[in-house]
Design a protein around this ligand. Structure first.
Ligand code: GLN
Length: 191
């Protein structure tokens, strides 16, 4: 189990992730600058605006060090904008990214009318009961490399994936009381 999970706190819905991890009895630290990453053994990248977060990561010289930590095996979980930042290919965009997840993502993929919605999602990796999932201007994954496992889909499109130490969801589990997804992530953090 992780001793301390960093939650990227430059922008977006980071407080809810801190709360979810804390509810599971694990220490969480808001990461605002490079030195905040010292001593963390896992990282969560929250939802928000991926272009802003990528730009800030770049400006604060955190993008490359964070990429290296992930490539060296540090577990990372990205939700929504966090998922976008993890992906290697972002359709029609050259925005800054970590690019560590061998997948292609389409931003704002659910269109205007259904911009935001909530659904119960089958996700066998988490457990037999469906996961309550909140989608807010959410992306979908439109392509994955051979090392990427799809964990959940909406209308045949991937919305949760895992590649070794990298977990990513299009939706926001931190906005619901269900902590199973965070529990699954902490389970990826070893003992
Ligand atoms: N649409 C946002 C983006 O592209 C993501 C939305 C979210 O994180 N809830 O960055």
């Amino acid at each position: 189990m992780a001793r301390c999970v960093g939650v990227l706190a430059l922008q977006g819905a980071f407080r809810e992730h801190v709360a979810a991890v804390s509810r599971l009895g694990v220490a969480a630290r808001e990461v605002r600058q490079l030195k905040d990453m010292d001593g963390i053994d896992a990282m969560i990248i929250p939802g928000g605006e991926s272009t802003t977060m990528g730009k800030l990561l770049n400006e604060w010289q955190m993008l490359q060090p964070l990429r290296e930590r992930i490539e060296q095996g540090m577990p990372v979980y990205g939700s929504c904008a966090g998922l976008i930042l993890l992906c290697r290919v972002i359709e029609n965009s050259d925005q800054p990214r970590l690019g560590v997840l061998d997948a292609t993502v389409r931003r704002n993929a659910f269109g205007r009318q259904v911009d935001s919605f909530e659904t119960d999602l089958a996700m066998p990796a988490i457990g037999p009961e469906p996961v309550p999932a909140v989608f807010i201007r959410a992306p979908v994954i439109t392509g994955v490399g051979p090392g990427v496992k799809v964990l959940a889909e909406v209308k045949g499109q991937a919305v949760a994936v895992r590649q070794n130490n990298i977990l990513a969801t299009s939706f926001h589990p931190e906005l619901t009381p269900d902590t199973r997804l965070h529990g699954y992530f902490l389970g990826m953090c070893g003992s």
